[in-house]
Design a protein around this ligand. Sequence first.
Ligand code: DAH
Length: 355
Amino acid sequence: MIDLAQLKDQITNKLSGITSLIDLEETKSYFLGKKGLITVAFKNLGSVEASERKLQASELNIIKNDLIDRLNNLQNEYETKQINSNLNSEKLDITLPSKKIIKGKIHPVSQVIDELTSIFSEIGFSVAEGPDIENEYNNFTALNTPEHHPARDMHDTFYLDKNKKTLLRTHTSPVQIRTMLKNKPPIKIIVPGRTYRCDSDMTHTPMFHQLEGLYVDKNINMGDLKGCLEYFLKNFFEDNKLKMRLRPSHFPFTEPSAEVDISYKIENEKIVVGEGDKWLEVLGCGMVHPNVLKNVKIDSSKFQGYAFGVGIDRLAMLKYGITDLRSFFEGDIRWLDHYGFDSNDVPTNYRGLSK
Ligand code: DAH
């Protein structure tokens, strides 16, 4: 015989002692686990007298179901309590002031490089690069500027060794040599990059930026060069009326050579590029000298090319009205905040010219 009354008392006692979900689990297994009292009682039914067995079984079932109900209720109760206490302790204070999102700005030099890349890519130029540390041969000799040539002195070169064999490139032109040694014509590249000269004032810094252009193919002439530069300058300054002129000049690596001026006027003590009757020099250019082609093993009776070099920082100063070049490289965050560009201005800032 199983003492059902005693079992009921035990259940009541145990249930009243529950204070947590852990107690609850323990009580559950105490009665209903593998060796739990109710489980064992069911097993023992076999030894109960047949006449009593049915009644006992049904009573046991009632007790068991009642216990399961009460345990479930208690479980719900404790889980709700737990959720409420979590909600209280993890409360979000939505009245707290928000944290400011500080967005970086694009440096005007990077902005202008993006604009130039976009403008030149539209007429088939791709971007090439070369190292800042160059050898004397690529920077001068291969560019038809032999030793003792006066142009070498004009460059105020930073040499990196006593023998003057390694240097910080004084212009982006050595990338012409590197590219022509590696590739066969047609070659159509622009080369944006850092360049170095020992010089410093309002409009010069020891490190500055240039953009080189080179187009080598069959039947390239000075007219192609002029058309390309006109397209570039009008689009860059976003002014279809911009005037430009080529002035004869000299560079060792081009023949003939020219310097390019663009029109401007002074308005409210500021330079405004475009209309106007004054001239401002912006770049050097010319037809690639046959000696340069010879140095890179390109047959100058079959191929010709034009080249140009322009100061990127100077373009940025002119377009965006920045007067002191040195401020570009001082790393002052307030300056960048003022003159910098939002990241979504790149490259959509360049919208092209209306025809
Ligand atoms: N490398 C020249 C300089 O730094 C600029 C230049 C002039 C580049 C004429 C060229 C060119 O490619 O054809 O002053």
